[in-house]
Design a protein around this ligand. Sequence first.
Ligand SMILES: [Zn+2]
Length: 196
Amino acid sequence: MQEAEVFEHFRDSGALLEGHFELSSGLHSDRYFQCALVLSEPARAEVLAKDFASQVNVEVDCVVGPAMGAVVWSQEVGRALGKRALFTERKDDVMCLRRGFSFQPGERVLLVEDVLTTGGSAREVIEVLEAQGAKVVACGALLNRSGRNPFEELGLPLFEVVRTEVKTWEPKECPLCAAGGEAVKPGSRKGPGELA
Ligand SMILES: [Zn+2]
């Protein structure tokens, strides 16, 4: 899918806001993504997951994503691939596998995130899965904000629907502030947003 078409799904569902934002980190930005909104519409989620699934050219047995963000995305990708979909979650801040989820020895996992930034959570998930006997063979993201494949050094391919870079600035270096604008907090009524 062309980037413009992907962003149309994001914009039309309110998942991509453009303007002048103060993120929860205190940094300013001109764009803000909330992937949960685009995935809240089943028809859009289905189209995006099918596009993603069409790129997956390695054999996988199941799809796993870290909660909360990747639960819906994992499910949609699993449906598109015809594979089961699981999720890991944090308990007392430690990533773990719960709810009776388990793996056959050597089961091949496609690890997905909705928004990929540094890949830090995904690395924690890899440790958890491999300790359970699964083998992570590829990673994926709906939106890759890292600008690269952060799993390259692990030898894992990365599939993504769209790759984009979100510029952020310290308030005193923000060009939008310098132009006289005032930053707004996106999604603040609904709690912390997607960007940290
Ligand atoms: Zn600003």
